[in-house]
Design a protein around this ligand. Structure first.
Ligand SMILES: Nc1ncnc2c1ncn2[C@@H]1O[C@H](COP(=O)(O)OP(=O)(O)OP(=O)(O)O)[C@@H](O)[C@H]1O
Ligand SMILES: [Mg+2]
Length: 559
């Protein structure tokens, strides 16, 4: 449309009035008309004739006439009204009017003629050269005026078009800005970190494209650019082979999803779900990976809990059925062995064998007792408990259980907060931890029991929970053999034990963890081979309720 409007017009265009401007000659005498046509005729103009005033007006109304050469004495026309009539009829003419008058004309009145729209005069007898040059000049004026008008129209069109484009551009820019803002908001709020990475063999160079990476890993996007091996260096060594293999296969498969443990900037390990797809081959033959990280640590921890719970349930079902009968049979065995002892009192070697059989049977009885205690789901009876007082109450028991080779040391925070727990379970947990410590110190050593208040701003996963920020921490430390990292990872699993020969059931720490979780607390371990072990049992501080405001409720007379 615009192109069409701007295209230059050639003088050959059929309807172009400027190509052959029209000259209208109006005179009632045909001889005069013939003479005028002879003077004015030229190939670049068209001559049209009118023999009366009304004919002249009708031609002017139909065509765009450039010049009217008008006999001032037309009988049916008041020459002073010519211009007014032409304008009133809204005719397309932009004609200049040249009046042909006789020398000494009585009605010659220049002022009125010009006011009526006349432009010029020629006097009879007509000088042809004079008339032609006058008309040429007017034709030229007509052409120039038309050119100016066209240019002005073109300029106006251009201006309007320009304005329209500017407006569209502004609207498009605004939409783009809004979309960018929207996208950046979405990207910021996503719980995933988006990345691009180099593909092919060698290091995976990651470049994170949204800010979530800092929240997720503690590192910024530029840290990954500065240290190209950052991702690989912090990958859990046990997972390294599996993960690099998965990403190597992406070249064939086109995409890969893999879950792995990754060490964050604060040293904690997170479970990450990493999904990447391979881009199309670029012109230079290279390809790129597009992917995202999702922190699935919470899901993994829930899965572990679920697994733990289902194991416990399985143990419960299994033991529930058989333990009762098993215990009955064992009591028969033990009482018969006791009776047998009376009969073979005089036979020394038989007595020794009998004793060891009796010991074995009693260990089995203890084991079944523990299993029963573990699976029996009695409702917890929580109470506000003073931890230091609870520890002190079992101190004698611990001294007996640990033996003379092991020294017990205690250290307590002054003004330790109370906790809200099931007291027998708390005591059983401490005994369990102490017995484990004893077993880890076969040649003696030191057991430390420490009770202190701890305030934590957030839990290990960075989740803030103001209600559980204050804990009482019980630390049971020993100077024993310690344990390997892979052992430490499993010690809270039911039935995990390193104690051979039926010495351990692997239920002690599982029960401790069960108790900690039920009390809204937590239990963790720190240990290394040859460096002893520390077990941290955290129990939330008990919030003692305000004593009821009896006075104000009973005697409030204000109502
Ligand atoms: N203080 C410790 N030092 C070294 N290893 C420990 C310590 N405490 C626990 N362990 C390891 O954790 C394992 C599991 O302990 P847990 O108390 O659950 O079972 P157990 O002591 O083997 O058997 P149970 O307590 O049922 O008699 C132990 O077998 C041991 O390998
Ligand atoms: Mg134990």
């Amino acid at each position: 449309m615009l192109i069409e409007a701007l295209a230059p017009r050639t003088s050959h265009q059929a309807n172009d009035p400027v190509a052959r401007p029209k000259i209208l000659i109006a005179d009632e005498d045909p001889r005069n008309l013939m003479a005028l046509e002879a003077i004015l005729a030229a190939p670049d103009r068209e001559i049209i004739q009118a023999q009366s005033g009304s004919e002249m007006l009708s031609r002017v109304r139909q065509d765009d006439v450039a010049v009217v050469v008008l006999d001032a004495r037309m009988p049916d026309l008041d020459r002073f009204q010519v211009a007014a009539r032409i304008k009133a009829d809204h005719c397309p003419s932009r004609a200049s009017i040249v009046l042909v008058v006789a020398c000494g004309d009585d009605e010659l009145n220049f002022a009125s003629d010009f006011a009526a729209g006349g432009v010029d005069y020629v006097f009879r007898p007509i000088n042809p050269t004079f008339l032609r040059s006058k008309i040429d000049m007017l034709i030229d004026l007509y052409r120039k005026t038309d050119q100016v008008r066209r240019l002005a129209e073109q300029e106006k069109r251009l201006l309007l078009e320009n304005l329209r484009i500017q407006k569209e551009k502004i609207v498009a820019e605004q939409r783009l800005r809004e979309r960018e803002q929207h996208q950046s908001l979405v990207l910021k709020s996503l719980p995933i970190a988006l990345y691009t990475a180099t593909s092919g063999p060698g290091l995976r160079r990651l470049r994170f494209t949204n800010d979530s990476i800092r929240r997720l890993s503690g590192f910024s996007s530029s840290d990954f650019v500065r240290q190209p091996n950052l991702w690989e260096a912090r990958l859990n060594p046990e997972e390294h082979g599996r993960v690099t293999q998965a990403f190597a296969e992406i070249e064939k498969a086109g995409s890969a999803s893999v879950e792995y443990r990754w060490r964050c900037a604060d040293g904690t390990e997170k479970h990450l779900f990493d999904h990447a797809v391979l881009s199309e081959v670029r012109k230079d033959g290279s390809r790129e990976l597009f992917g995202f990280w999702l922190d699935v640590s919470d899901r993994r921890s829930l899965e572990t809990d679920l697994l733990h719970a289902s194991k416990l349930e399985a143990v419960g079902r299994l033991t529930g059925g058989i333990v009762h009968d098993f215990r009955n049979m064992l009591s028969v065995v033990i009482s018969n062995l006791d009776l047998l002892h009376l009969l073979i009192r005089d036979n020394g070697s038989a007595c020794r064998r009998l004793r060891s059989a009796l010991e074995g049977a009693q260990t089995c009885a203890e084991l079944t007792g523990r299993l029963l205690a573990f699976v029996r789901r009695r409702s917890i009876e929580t109470d506000v408990v003073d931890v230091i007082e609870a520890v002190e109450s079992i101190r004698d028991l611990l001294v007996c259980a640990l033996g003379a080779n092991i020294q017990i040391r205690t250290s307590y925070d002054k003004d330790c907060w109370p906790v809200h727990v099931d007291r027998p379970q708390l005591e059983a947990a401490i005994v369990n931890l102490a017995i484990n410590a004893r077993d880890a110190m076969p040649d003696g050593g030191q057991l430390s029991l420490c009770v202190k208040n701890v305030c934590r701003a957030a839990d290990d996963r960075g989740h803030e929970d103001p209600a559980t920020q204050e804990y009482v921490r019980i630390v049971v430390s020993d100077t024993g053999v310690g344990m390997l990292a892979e052992v430490a990872e499993q010690i809270f699993e039911p039935f995990f034990t390193t104690k051979n020969g039926g010495k351990g059931s692997g239920l002690g720490l599982s029960m401790v963890r069960h108790f900690a979780r039920e009390s809204n607390g937590n239990v963790t371990v720190r240990s290394a081979p040859g460096c002893g072990t520390q077990i941290f049992l955290d129990l939330p501080r008990a919030r003692l309720e305000e004593p009821p405001q009896i006075e104000s409720t009973l005697f409030d007379l204000s109502a």
